[in-house]
Design a protein around this ligand. Structure first.
Ligand code: PLP
Length: 455
């Protein structure tokens, strides 16, 4: 009998635990450093911004973390998510590879982000937090957090980069539909925003400015906390629900991936799908290659340095040991807004440094060609970010064809692109260009880094 195209699970089969890869890492992540003193900082430094439960998850070395029953119950609104065998794509590529994808676009906001927005909102609620602030660029994270806060009766305040607020109104309206307050940043509500506006009343804003505003709001109000949608350890932890489900689904399919692939912005959806499989490698049970697919115009993993750097562009956060292009690096304005981040999560960076995972870089035209090919074969129109993972999967499938071997490829389809039609329109109109970063460009960005080297 032919294998099912769609491999589903019941609600009962949703995993009860997140997987914490730190427990299995041969080299543990280095500590964050205080931006002023350069000394290692403890978890208590984060207390003004995050609830204690999330700070504990940030530093825990426990291998398994229980998913609270209430969170698991909310997950059932869209989880378990389907895993597909991409039979049509295999045929279109004429490859001997078996290709599977896990589809996270079935969540209410259309991406993997609610997997962490929901537990973050829930833990805040347990500790009596009344308001959560955050920043958002294109709006994927802001909409996920708005959805989650609404479920638990928490006020959500989103600082949206002004240029996106004006150019991408639909995600703003989604956030408002879920009851969030959305502000075009810079605003006159914060010291940070007023300072920018005094210098430039027409500032289009930036993610760095929006972060400053959201953090300031949380720092000055004891009832208000701040939330981040990627990079941090607890965010990566929550996302492992993706791979934990995929493990069970692959087992049902009678298969196990040789290669696991995901697009890479700060590392959360990559960690989410890859870490539960990478566990088998770290435990010495199975070989598996994990590939993080990044944009060639923001190549921190393939061309950056492993170094202490700030998490934000302004230089307010603790210093984190990570692959980075320097916090002042400004990537070209590609359509995959969610991947335009200068650095990478600390755990993922250490794994790359230790040769336990790989990275690949993709130009915008390869990325959209892959996305359109996928849409025509499998039907779903992928988010521009997700297209990076597809491009990497197609490269691997083509290698299988050249080598005449069949391998099993699993990738994460982290979101749909139904709000990204402008990007596809630009691609079809031939308006997308390849942004070629020279070694000089990268050296110039890295020369601005004045943070401590890693011995
Ligand atoms: C936010 C986002 C990303 C990038 O973030 P990661 O933390 O690297 O997963 C990728 N794809 C989509 C659809 C996103 O919303």
């Amino acid at each position: 009998m032919a294998q099912n195209r769609k491999i589903t699970l019941t609600e009962k089969e949703i995993p009860h635990q997140w997987y914490n890869i730190v427990a299995d890492m041969p080299n543990k992540p280095l500590p964050p450093l205080h931006p002023g003193t350069g000394q290692p900082i403890g978890p208590e430094a984060l207390a003004p911004l995050f609830p204690m439960a999330l700070i504990q998850q940030e530093v825990t070395t426990d291998k398994w973390v229980d998913i609270p029953e209430e969170v698991r119950d909310v997950y059932t609104m869209w989880r378990p998510t389907p895993l597909y065998r991409a039979r049509n794509l295999e045929k279109a590529l004429d490859t001997p590879a078996r290709i599977y994808y896990k589809y996270e676009g079935v969540s209410p906001s259309g991406s993997h982000k609610p997997n962490t927005a929901v537990p973050q909102a829930w833990y805040n609620k347990q500790e009596g937090v009344r308001r959560i602030t955050t920043e958002t660029g294109a709006g994927q994270w802001g909409s996920a957090l708005s959805f989650a806060c609404n479920l638990f009766g928490i006020d959500c305040e989103v600082y949206m980069v002004k240029i996106s607020y004006q150019q991408k109104p639909y995600r703003k309206v989604m956030m408002q539909t879920w009851g969030a307050h959305v502000y075009a940043s810079p605003t006159d509500l914060t010291e940070a925003g007023r300072k920018v506006l005094a210098q430039d009343p027409d500032s289009p804003g930036s993610l760095g400015i929006a972060i400053s505003e959201a953090v300031e709001r949380a720092a000055v109000d004891p009832d208000t906390k701040y939330a981040l949608g990627s990079v941090l350890n607890h965010v990566l932890l929550h996302q492992t629900i993706i791979g934990q489900e995929a493990l069970v689904q692959m087992e049902k399919a009678g298969d196990f991936p040789d290669v696991v692939i995901a697009p890479f912005g700060g590392g959360s959806n990559f960690a989410g799908i890859a870490f539960p499989f990478l566990r088998y490698k770290l435990e010495g049970k199975r070989e598996v290659r994990c590939i993080a697919a990044e944009p060639a115009s923001c190549p921190k993993l393939t061309r950056g340095v492993f170094r202490y750097d700030f998490g934000d562009t302004v230089g307010m956060t603790p210093l984190l040991p990570m692959y980075t292009l320097g916090h002042q690096f400004v990537p070209a304005p590609i359509h995959a807004g969610g991947l335009r981040y200068h650095g990478a999560g600390v755990i993922v960076s250490q794994l790359l440094k230790d040769g336990l995972i790989e990275a690949s870089a993709h130009h915008q035209l390869e990325v959209f060609e892959a996305g359109v090919r996928f849409a025509r074969a499998e039907g779903i129109i992928p988010a521009p970010e997700a297209c990076h993972g597809i491009a990497a999967a197609i490269r691997e499938a083509n290698r299988c064809k050249e080598e005449g071997v069949s391998r099993t490829i699993l990738f994460n389809l982290c979101g749909h692109g139904n709000f990204d039609m402008q990007a596809y329109d630009d691609y079809f109109a031939g308006k997308l260009v390849e942004h070629h970063l020279t070694d000089e460009d990268i050296a110039a960005a890295l020369a601005k880094l004045d943070t401590p080297e890693i011995a």
